[in-house]
Design a protein. Structure first.
Length: 202
């Protein structure tokens, strides 16, 4: 695994130490992370079949807030991620977005974009001291939903739902995510695009 990270703390963001229990379960995520135990199961257009790839990734979570939407108050993490297949120099995936904690009702919101013209808002409930939680988004939801461009939504690779499980116990950041898709390469049938990894702070 690489010893350094691609992302540094943006100059306009607070230092990684400027986070406390107001961020609820997201407090544990603040900082820089790296892990090389990634496993990605997805369809490969170049190989014309479903494949499993091993990958490494680097993530930063930069705290800021509170963010006030009228009476709603959120404590946020600016989120940036890149992933590389093991042995490759060029990254094959990246994400940008925000994780948000709403202490008044114990809600976590994850809002992120991927450079395939897809945007997801996933949400779930958790206790303020939780070390594990789950988030979900569904196509068609007016709140916790999925938006994608016409080509993808037309059936090329339509995202139907997104599920994320997070485990922060033991000082690690472990996750499993399942993106349910309807793909023309599968004759329109559903397939589960899954990713999982365990990362450590660096």
């Amino acid at each position: 695994m690489a010893t350094g990270t691609t992302f540094g703390a943006p100059a306009h963001m607070a230092a990684f130490t400027d986070v406390d229990d107001r961020w609820g379960p997201l407090e544990k995520l603040a900082g820089q992370w790296a892990g090389d135990q990634g496993r990605d199961f997805s369809y490969s257009y170049s190989e014309n079949k479903d494949t499993e790839n091993l990958y490494r990734e680097e993530i930063t979570f930069d705290p800021f807030g509170p963010v006030d939407n009228g009476s709603q108050q959120l404590f946020a993490l600016d989120y940036r991620m890149k992933a590389w297949r093991i042995g490759a120099d060029d990254f094959f995936h990246m994400e940008v977005g925000y994780w948000l904690w709403e202490p008044a009702n114990g809600k976590i919101h994850r809002c992120f974009m991927v450079p395939r013209s897809t945007t997801i808002i996933a949400a779930g409930s958790a206790a303020a001291n939780a070390t594990s939680f789950s988030l979900r988004a569904e196509m068609g939801s007016a709140t916790n939903g999925v938006l994608q461009n016409e080509y993808l939504h037309g059936g090329a690779a339509r995202t139907v739902s997104y599920d994320l499980e997070v485990d922060l116990s033991g000082g690690n950041y472990a996750y499993k995510e399942d993106t349910l898709m309807e793909m023309s390469a599968h004759g329109g049938a559903e397939m589960h695009h899954t990713d999982q990894n365990t990362l450590q702070k660096v």
